[in-house]
Design a binder for this molecule. Structure first.
Ligand code: ZN
Length: 275
């Protein structure tokens, strides 16, 4: 059996992370928590290889996407790092691996969960919509993976995003590494317990990879963004095909999920430039 595994790893959902001071490159505790992030990646890589995977590609999916420590990362895995990249947090799924896993994930804005936000954080994006439904990064990314026929078989993060992911993918394996108290506080598993849980669950996900179904969108998909300021929507509305819905909200429709995604991602990058 030959199994290829894709891992998308964010930082807000890593055990021990509860504040942006730990997840922001300029933050005081960032160097410590990027090591924790690398160790959670290693747990998923180890679990995957132990279960028979022969290729594991890890996509660094947080902020600058230059967080994982390349020489500390399990040397059997390939690392995609840096930003921007066309598929963002899901770069690498375009090669249609057998399964993708989301580690270190978090809730969408307005939902309970540690450091909840979508894509660029509340300074740029208030809400991201798929077919008018406010959507989490997990939901957006499940659609990107599904476009390439890749199922997401495992998610790790706080208990809120793990429960939320189960609504979209009922049989997904969920590794809750912390319980949210509020946006900036949680009861965390110890590092070792988090690594063991992720290793066990990624192992199981690889063994069961044929049981998970990709999330597919058929027909026209409508994506939208509510920006943090009307100036951002003013700038983005200059792009052809973008519809202005309200002072701060735009949308775009396409029969192709990835075309809609790329339009939204370019819009976010454009809106994030200081003017
Ligand atoms: Zn992040």
């Amino acid at each position: 059996m030959s199994v290829s595994v894709h891992i998308s790893i964010d930082m807000e959902g890593i055990a021990g992370v509860v504040h942006s001071d730990q997840a922001n490159q300029k933050g005081h505790d960032y160097e410590m928590m990027r090591k924790a992030m690398t160790l959670e990646a290693n747990a998923a890589i180890e679990g995957s290889f132990d279960a028979g995977a022969n290729i594991v590609v890890v996509n660094d999916s947080h902020g600058s996407m230059r967080n994982l420590l390349p020489y500390m990362l399990d040397q059997r895995a390939e690392l995609i790092s840096g930003s921007p990249k066309p598929l963002g947090m899901m770069q690498g799924v375009e090669n249609s691996p057998d399964i993708s896993m989301c580690i270190g994930y978090h809730s969408r804005p307005g939902e309970k969960g540690i450091l909840s936000h979508t894509i660029r954080g509340s300074s740029v994006v208030q809400h991201f919509f798929i077919n008018d439904k406010p959507s989490s990064e997990f939901e957006i990314n499940a659609g990107i993976a599904g476009y390439y026929n890749v199922p997401i078989g495992m998610i790790a993060g706080d208990n809120d995003i793990v429960n939320d992911a189960k609504n979209l993918v009922p049989n997904i394996i969920g590794s809750s590494v912390k319980e949210t108290i509020n946006k900036f506080s949680a009861k965390n598993l110890s590092g070792n317990d988090a690594f063991n849980l992720i290793k066990k669950d990624s192992h199981e996900a690889v063994l069961k990879h044929k049981e998970f179904k990709p999330i597919k969108y058929s027909g026209t998909v409508k994506m939208g963004i509510e920006f943090s300021s009307d100036l951002m929507a003013d700038v983005v509305s200059m792009m052809p095909g973008i519809k202005r819905i309200s002072r701060q909200t735009i949308s775009y429709e396409s029969k192709d999920y990835i075309e809609a995604w790329k339009c939204m991602y370019s819009a976010i990058l454009l809106a994030g430039i200081p003017y």
